[in-house]
Write a protein that binds this ligand. Structure first.
Ligand code: B12
Length: 468
């Protein structure tokens, strides 16, 4: 069947990311013998005319649309993305009546609400590669499901994950912003952090791709595309089962070292594991520390405590791995006292950059949705496209904003609001800098740079606070 796959993502924050989900689906369909063209709305200049053009040119028999983001998940810089997907579908409807199937993380989180707005024929909820192949096989025989929202019946195992079919033209476009390519090594999350929807999205058990196949993908990206950095996009790279070491071990066996990063939790690492990862190129770690006091960490259902965050940071630094920490204020158990303690703690964290957000986006199916309901906080449906942010009862939102602004305003490496650097980063990418540029504001990096390897020089300023 002739299939047009489209990515509807228009976000460039903190930078534009290659549409990996679309390419995984495209890979599965091509391997099943279909003729697939990949189109990306952002790369095509976000023009509805270009949507019309590609639909006319390709004359597809089926259209799949990947919808990644619902919104920006940042109460201080709200951006909504579903309307764009709705416009794309409306444009398609003017030209053809072939079936339109949507999927992607946004769709998996809020299928009903998104279907109401986007008005596709079908939505696939969850990892879509196996289900879409079945869907197309039936569609070829003119058989279509009765229900419009289709849920993946069971999680795939690692061997069933489709390898992405990276499109060279799209890859060229995304590499212009940082020369970063994305690769998934495993799916699933065994943690129970109250606010997080990763277990809802990817299931609660770790399912890993064969490490050698992952490394094949990395090598292919390095050989065929001018990729300089790899982002392993797993929910939490250092899963609790030690599965994460398989990929660096396979890289080491093959003598491969390439700068890479991933999302880390600040526990479960030791000198041996960090040394192995650093040897294979772990150069940056994005650490989801999440809260900055023992009280608030416990209320987020974290197993680690603030001391572990400090020790983990020192461990990464010892091995030359640059770390960025991500914190959220306003979650369950947050009080004026924990806010002040958290600010002091973060200010004292050395050799790192901290990104600080406030308010926790309430996603359906998460424990936080239950907590908010128990407190009778928001008489609202969390399946709504209007984002709802949890701020602990008793904490004044304006006070929190002012206190965080004052608490971090004098420190360049403590970034509040969290998007304050985005414009500068995008500017530097446009100028040809690559990699994870938050490293430029790690205290002491300037000295290191003057002593050692040449690095891009940049004057990273703070962006204006919202409303100013
Ligand atoms: C890694 C990651 C990042 C990295 C990306 C690094 C990189 N270079 O790629 C960084 C840190 C940059 C990032 C940033 C952001 N992210 Co992010 N990120 C993720 C994460 C952990 C993995 C994404 C990924 O690549 N997965 C692997 C691919 C293969 O999976 P997939 O796209 O879901 O595709 C599968 C299915 O969805 C489905 N599918 C996909 N498309 C289609 C299409 C069809 C037709 C079908 C049938 C099926 C289908 O099948 C695929 C294969 O199984 C997810 C959470 C998660 N666990 O999914 C959040 C997530 C995608 N991010 C999210 C958000 C909001 C953001 C930001 C807006 C946040 C911000 N303010 O900075 C930005 C936007 C970035 C951008 N430009 O778009 C949200 C999106 C949903 C929402 N809540 O709106 C998620 C789900 C997290 C969450 N808390 O909800 N992110």
């Amino acid at each position: 069947m002739k299939i047009l796959m489209m990515s509807a993502n228009v976000s460039s924050e903190p930078y534009a990311v290659y549409p990996l989900g679309m390419s995984v689906i495209a890979g599965a369909l091509v391997r099943a013998g279909h003729d697939v063209h990949q189109y990306d709305f952002l790369q095509a200049g976000m023009s509805l005319d270009s949507v019309a053009e590609v639909v006319r040119e390709q004359a597809p028999e089926l259209i799949g649309i990947s919808i990644r983001n619902i919104d920006s998940v940042n109460m201080l810089n709200e951006k909504r993305y579903i309307e764009t997907a709705a416009q794309i579908v409306a444009q398609i409807r003017e030209l053809t009546d072939v079936k339109v199937v949507i999927g992607g993380s946004a769709v998996s989180i809020m299928p009903e609400a998104i279907m109401d707005v986007v008005r596709a024929d079908y939505a696939i909820v969850g990892e879509g590669e196996a289900l879409i192949v079945d869907f197309v096989r039936n569609a070829e025989r003119g058989v279509f499901p009765a229900a419009s929202i289709l849920r993946v019946p069971r999680m795939l195992d690692g061997a069933q994950f489709a390898a992405p079919l990276y499109d060279p033209i799209l890859m060229d476009y995304y590499l212009q912003q940082g020369r970063i390519a994305n690769v998934q090594t495993k799916r699933g999350c065994t943690f129970k952090c109250v606010y997080c929807n990763y277990p809802v999205l990817e299931g609660k058990t770790i399912r890993a791709r064969n490490a050698d196949l992952v490394v094949d993908t990395v090598e292919m990206l390095l050989e065929r595309h001018d990729v300089k950095h790899i982002f392993f996009v797993d929910s939490v790279f250092n899963d609790g089962q030690g599965e994460f070491l398989e990929v660096p071990k396979a890289m080491k066996r093959r003598g491969l070292s390439v700068p890479w990063t991933g999302f880390f939790k600040p526990e479960g690492l030791d000198d041996a594991s960090v040394a192995l990862m650093a040897e294979t190129g772990l150069a940056h770690a994005e650490v989801g520390a999440d809260a900055a006091t023992d009280i608030t960490l416990k209320r987020l259902a974290k197993k680690y405590r603030y001391r572990d965050i400090v020790e983990n940071n020192a461990l990464l630094h010892r091995h030359g791995v640059h770390a960025a920490h991500f914190f959220m204020f306003g979650g369950p158990g947050e009080t004026e006292e924990t806010v002040r303690e958290g600010i002091d703690n973060i200010r004292r964290l050395e050799n790192t950059v901290s990104f600080i957000a406030m308010g926790l986006r309430i996603f359906p199916g998460t424990p936080l949705a239950k907590v908010a309901d128990q407190h009778g906080l928001y008489a609202r449906d969390y399946q709504s496209l209007d984002p709802i942010y949890y701020v602990a009862p008793g904490l004044d939102v304006d006070w929190l904003y002012e206190t965080l602004s004052e608490g971090f305003g004098d420190l360049r490496h403590c970034v509040f609001p969290p998007h304050a650097l985005d414009r500068d980063l995008q500017f530097l990418y446009k100028k040809g800098h690559s990699g994870f540029l938050w490293e430029l504001i790690i205290p002491g990096r300037e000295r290191e740079r003057r002593r050692g390897r040449p690095r891009p020089r940049a004057d990273l300023r703070r962006a204006d606070p919202p409303g100013s």
